[in-house]
Design a protein around this ligand. Structure first.
Ligand SMILES: [Zn+2]
Length: 125
């Protein structure tokens, strides 16, 4: 993945300005502790990550379409399986719930990364 693109910053959870510093104290998509704890500023370029009070509440509006994009295919899969093999939603629904729980943390983190990338542009080192 090419450094300098917004996709790099979003998927690697890096500072949108320098793409060296981490957006979160605990880097990585799948983490169990310090899930949403972010430093006040980038440790590398000093970019402010807390742009204004309540800034990241807008990330909810970014995570919502991500969840829809991920789960609409599952719904159609469930409908088609239901018609073809009589596997009902009663079997698939718990699987959806488990997948939803597993993906909750990565989606929240990616939503924050997308939001700050919509505000801050890459400026190199
Ligand atoms: Zn930075």
């Amino acid at each position: 993945m090419k450094k300098g693109t917004k996709l790099y910053s979003i998927l690697k959870l890096k500072c949108p300005r320098c793409q060296n510093g981490d957006l979160f104290y605990n880097p990585g998509l799948f983490v169990c502790t310090r899930v949403l704890e972010m430093p006040e500023r980038c440790l590398h370029c000093n970019q402010n990550f807390k742009i204004e009070p309540g800034y990241y509440s807008a990330a909810l509006w970014i995570s919502y379409p991500i969840v829809l994009i991920l789960f609409i295919p599952f719904i159609f899969l469930g409908i088609s399986l239901n018609e073809m093999y009589t596997i009902s939603f009663r079997i698939l629904f718990p699987i959806f719930i488990i997948i939803c729980l597993l993906l909750q943390i990565p989606i929240m983190r990616l939503s924050r990364a997308i939001l700050i990338n919509m505000t801050v542009d890459f400026r190199g080192n």
